[in-house]
Design a protein around this ligand. Structure first.
Ligand code: FPP
Length: 281
């Protein structure tokens, strides 16, 4: 029979702990293995359990075009939410104790969109980096092939990375002209070339060495990946890094993805049961 205990500090964490699943452990890895929180939680700041907040959240920002079309607006109007919404997400993330956000802004395949849309996006990204150069102690960096980006944007990225590199707050990584397949191919080529030059042996190749060659270096892999806009696919995002990430798909379109839907995603994460291929309860 399942027994439920409401902890005494219920005013802060009105969470039902299921004793059968041994949720009383204070060890977060135990919680990830054994349990989740009640679905009935409201998502006020203090009710998103800080101890079990994802450290790294990746976001596929999809649905801008549909948002604009539904309102009879040019598609560009939907894209304009990138700066305010990412600022908002950074602010909420900082409050919740999330340390890294990786946002998918432009894929290696997105060059296939119309020239008009691509040009607009590149200009928008320029403005984005100008704004984030001095925003809330956030450290900003970029992954992806930047040599194909307009020179002015490349400069803006460099300046922003330089200006924010000492920031100790949240780390925001923008994936721009990024593709998971491309990244794994370039890692493979780099390793093959080192073997050929006798710098490493075939036997030295392992997960750790491969990860060093990826754009992210896998310093912290995403605990949670969110895709807005209703599609349920990864579209070539962080293919290696997401191996054990929790996936969260929401129909909310990116322009509507504010604080509340973001916290819903965090709460969903807190109800997951992560096993990393280990035993089940
Ligand atoms: C927030 C903002 C201004 C972002 C820029 C607009 C943009 C290009 C968003 C796409 C983000 C992305 C790479 C989603 C993957 O879907 P996909 O559409 O590349 O792939 P799919 O065809 O599989 O859906």
């Amino acid at each position: 029979m399942s027994s439920l205990l409401v902890l005494p500090q219920a005013q802060f964490f009105p969470v039902s702990y299921n004793l059968d699943r041994r949720l009383l452990s204070k060890n977060s890895s135990d919680i990830f293995r054994y349990g989740h929180f009640s679905k009935s939680l409201r998502h006020d700041d203090q009710l998103v359990h800080p101890e079990f907040t994802p450290k790294h959240v990746a976001i596929i920002m999809d649905g801008n075009r549909r948002w604009a079309k539904a309102r009879g607006l040019p598609v560009q109007e939907g894209h304009k939410f990138i700066t305010p919404n990412l600022k908002n997400i950074c602010n909420v993330s900082t409050k919740l104790g999330i340390q890294v956000i990786t946002a998918f802004a432009f894929s290696t395949e997105n060059w296939n969109r119309s020239k008009e849309e691509v040009d607009f996006l590149m200009k928008l990204f320029e403005q984005f980096f100008e704004e984030f150069m001095r925003f809330g102690g956030v450290r900003v960096s970029v992954i992806g092939g930047r040599s194909k980006l307009p020179i002015k944007l490349q400069k803006g990225i460099e300046l922003t990375e330089e200006a924010t590199k000492g920031n100790k707050g949240l780390h925001l990584t923008m994936a721009l002209n990024y593709g998971g397949k491309y990244d794994m191919l370039q890692a493979t080529k780099s390793i093959a070339s080192k073997v050929k030059d006798g710098l490493i042996n075939l036997e030295d190749i392992n997960n750790k060495l491969f990860e060093q060659e990826l754009a992210t270096k896998c310093a912290k892999t995403p605990d949670l990946v969110i895709r807005t806009g209703g599609e349920q696919r990864l579209s070539n995002f962080l293919l290696w890094e997401l191996a054990y990430s929790e996936l969260y798909f929401t129909k909310t379109l990116f322009p509507d993805f504010g604080e509340e839907p973001f916290k819903e995603a965090i709460l969903s994460f807190q109800q997951r049961h992560r096993r990393f291929g280990g035993h089940t309860y």
